[in-house]
Design a protein around this ligand. Structure first.
Ligand SMILES: Cc1cc2nc3c(=O)[nH]c(=O)nc-3n(C[C@H](O)[C@H](O)[C@H](O)COP(=O)(O)OP(=O)(O)OC[C@H]3O[C@@H](n4cnc5c(N)ncnc54)[C@H](O)[C@@H]3O)c2cc1C
Length: 414
């Protein structure tokens, strides 16, 4: 094997965890090769946070931060004690990309542009002389007798890595590679995903949001899940952090049968009180059409859709012509705006998918495989459930940095 094909560390995958690992190992002096099957590094990273990149969550107390990873917090304490949330802030700030904190402690680059995060990471690896092979898909990983790995590519090239870091995200070849190496891999499953409906009137509300409502998910006439917060209507259904964080439970319900969503648009107002408010509105605007006065209580397009529902049909009626029964039906609708949930948006739209390597097979002090001590497992490759809000990317920064630091240390030892 030619020397130029032998590396201290080969990183498979040029996403956030792979770039962090490669940059860190090279910064400490390792000879590193980074392989990425796409033409460009960090493609997914550039789409994160709706193009703004929710880079981490500014909960600086590690224990409080890790409380968001209910099944994994004990495992994660060690790597997070080596690279914390504060370290992420410092890392990006030192590289000229300060972060700002928004609601729910979500941190974004001050520039509000995910491409700037990609640029910082690309610069980090280039500056430290990581050899980059993009457009190169890894198809297999073979462990050699001396503990090194032969990395095989689709173009039938082979490289030797004294160490290898698998940072290939979920799905695809990563799973096959891991299974062949004897790891237990839970099949990925879309987790944080928007919910779909076939109710056309919901699609027509695309872009409208309700900043304070309660949503219930019903099955067989019983309320199964209840959440209060903000919701976003989309051209396929409903989304927003609250929906995303509930989608896993809704998906489980859908496996058992049909599910109906019901939105209470005025969760802190009793039905009687809401009826009085609507009555006062009608009294004040006796000769006006409902489609012109209901927007006083809600977004115009939402009022229009509700008034045109088949069981309401009040858009073109004047307030003084509305019967008591019709008014009560309208109020009821505002407290119980229901529509069927038909499913979840698929894998490609999942913000996070669960699945990956079983945590008991990972040595979290340095992010190596317990089966193969020269193999690092990073980012989404690990089976860690977490909410949206910057937690996934922080997992990438931490696991990547810890592995990169360790790779150098152990290479010197050899
Ligand atoms: C639309 C969207 C928005 C998101 N927004 C946020 C957010 O704002 N904040 C947040 O914390 N999380 C967010 N996430 C989740 C976050 O993007 C992921 O958790 C994160 O990208 C995982 O990083 P990773 O390095 O583990 O893997 P990935 O980012 O998936 O990168 C893996 C890389 O490996 C490459 N690869 C795969 N197989 C091979 C192979 N065989 N050979 C060579 N290369 C290979 C892939 O092409 C890819 O570039 C979002 C996810 C999505 C889909």
């Amino acid at each position: 094997m030619q020397n130029n094909r032998i590396f201290d560390l080969i990183v498979i995958g040029g996403g956030p965890s792979g770039m962090m690992c490669a940059g860190r190992a090279a910064e400490l002096g390792s000879r590193v090769l980074l392989t990425e099957k796409n033409k460009d590094l960090g493609k997914k990273l550039s789409l994160t946070g709706g193009g703004r990149c929710n880079i981490t969550n500014a909960e600086f107390d590690t224990r409080a931060f890790l409380a968001n990873f209910p099944e994994a917090k004990e495992f994660l304490f060690s790597p997070f004690s080596k690279f914390s949330i504060q370290d992420t802030f410092n890392f990006f700030e030192k590289k000229g990309l300060p972060l700002v904190v928004e609601g729910r402690k979500r941190a974004f680059p001050k520039t509000q542009n995910a491409n700037d995060v990609v640029a910082v990471m690309k610069n980090y690896i280039k500056k430290n002389n990581v050899e980059i092979k993009s457009g190169m898909k890894v198809t297999g990983l073979k462990k050699n007798e001396d503990g090194t790995f032969s990395v095989q590519t689709k173009s039938e090239e082979t490289f030797i890595g004294k160490k290898v870091a698998l940072a290939s995200g979920i799905g695809g070849e990563g799973v096959t590679i891991l299974e062949k190496l004897g790891h237990t891999v839970k099949e990925p499953n879309p987790n944080l995903v928007p919910l779909t409906t076939d109710a056309k009137w919901i699609h027509a509300l695309s872009g409208v949001s309700l900043s304070f409502m309660t949503i219930r998910f019903r099955q067989d006439g019983k309320n199964k899940i209840k959440k209060t917060g903000k919701i976003l209507f989309t051209h396929f259904g409903i989304s927003g952090p609250l929906v995303l964080n509930t989608s896993f439970e809704v998906k489980k319900l859908l496996e058992k049968g049909s599910v109906t969503a019901s939105i209470d648009m005025f969760p802190d107002t009793e039905e009687n009180e809401l009826d009085r408010r609507v009555w006062r509105l009608f009294e004040k605007n006796k000769n006006k059409l409902l489609k012109n006065i209901l927007p006083e209580m809600m977004e115009k397009s939402l009022a229009e859709q509700i008034l045109n529902l088949p069981d309401i049909q009040l858009a073109e009626k004047e307030a003084n012509a509305v019967t008591k029964e019709e008014r009560k039906a309208l109020v009821k609708k505002m407290k119980d705006l229901s529509f069927p949930i038909t499913g979840t948006l698929g894998f490609e739209k999942a913000l996070i998918a669960d699945g990956g390597v079983a945590l008991t097979e990972v040595n979290f002090t340095n992010m190596t495989s317990k089966i193969h001590p020269n193999l690092y497992l990073l980012g989404d490759v690990l089976d860690i459930n977490r909410p949206s809000g910057g937690f996934s990317l922080q997992l990438c920064w931490t696991t990547g940095w810890v592995a990169g630091s360790d790779a150098r240390k152990t290479c010197i030892d050899k």
